[in-house]
Design a protein around this ligand. Structure first.
Ligand SMILES: [Mn+2]
Length: 288
């Protein structure tokens, strides 16, 4: 397939510096060669992030201005990539970039399914967030919930039945309330079953799939290089199996890879695991 590689060096969504170095570190350690082995990088783009330390005046929406600004551009790039039949692969940076990728994917096709592989559910709003960090809000915004300015990034919104969470286990009180109210499907690492992923896809045939992979879905002991590590996570083999499974469905039309923070890595453990997972996804000739 033809890949549009989109780098998003942003940390404002998590406010923990270092995560903005994720794209560059992956590119310097073989990502390009890995992608070009079985695919073609059609374009490589760098999203510009406003470089200002102004957090804004709302402690429930830190760095709102910077995050809105870059996500408008990111959404347009993802939309154009999908529209041209290419595969947008977006690397972060923190999870606030999913505002733009979800917006672009849903604009290209409002029926797009979202498979969210993460320790976190990122369905907070400015009213429920304990931290004010916008990287915890992309799913709520995509559902047309939360602050109007974040919702305004979207032309099409997602329906709860289009979302499947995999590996989630660090869920805030306001989030679990919303997930239960909206009846969103989720599996923790302990309740995960490949059959449920399979039936989610079979229940929704003939629609594209946007896959979002946060490295913190792995157990905290395996990924020191991430901003918010969480225990009781998946093993490397478990995530490899999920990624292989998704690859072989030939349904995934866009991918995000987020929250790798090189500054916190130890002995390149997280870097090497990130490259292993990405190599697993891209090491086969997919349907183009
Ligand atoms: Mn996460």
């Amino acid at each position: 397939m033809k890949i549009d590689l989109i780098s998003v060096p942003v940390f404002y969504g998590a406010n923990k510096a270092g995560v903005e170095k994720g794209p560059q570190t992956l590119l310097q350690n073989g990502l390009t060669q890995l992608l070009n082995k079985n695919h073609l990088i059609d374009s490589s783009q760098l999203i510009e992030v406003l470089n200002t330390n102004d957090m804004g005046n709302d402690p429930t929406l830190k760095y709102l201005k910077q995050i809105l600004n870059y996500n408008e551009n990111l959404s347009q790039l993802v939309y154009e990539s999908l529209n041209s039949g290419n595969f947008p692969f977006t690397i972060g940076g923190d999870h606030s970039l999913a505002l733009g990728t979800l917006s672009g994917a849903l604009k290209a096709n409002p029926d797009t399914l979202v498979i969210w592989i993460d320790a976190h559910t990122d369905i907070n709003t400015h009213l429920t967030t304990p931290s004010g960090h916008i990287h915890g809000m992309p799913i709520a915004s995509a559902l047309n919930l939360g602050h109007p300015l974040l919702r305004s990034l979207f032309t099409n919104y997602i329906e709860p039945h289009q979302i499947l969470y995999i590996g989630v286990r660090s869920i805030d009180d306001g989030e679990i309330k919303l997930i239960n109210e909206l009846n969103i499907q989720y599996m923790t690492p302990q309740t995960f079953k490949m059959e449920r992923l399979d039936s989610f896809l079979k229940d929704n045939p003939n629609v594209p799939v946007h896959c979002d992979l946060d490295i913190d879905v792995l157990d905290a002991s395996l990924v020191p290089g991430t901003s918010t590590p969480v225990s009781d996570g998946f093993s490397i083999n478990e995530v490899v199996s999920i990624v292989e499974y998704l690859r072989d469905t030939n349904r995934v039309t866009s991918l995000d890879f987020v929250e790798f923070n090189p500054d916190y890595d130890q002995d390149n453990l997280t870097l090497n695991t990130s490259l292993l997972l990405l190599n697993t996804f891209f090491n086969k000739e997919n349907k183009t």
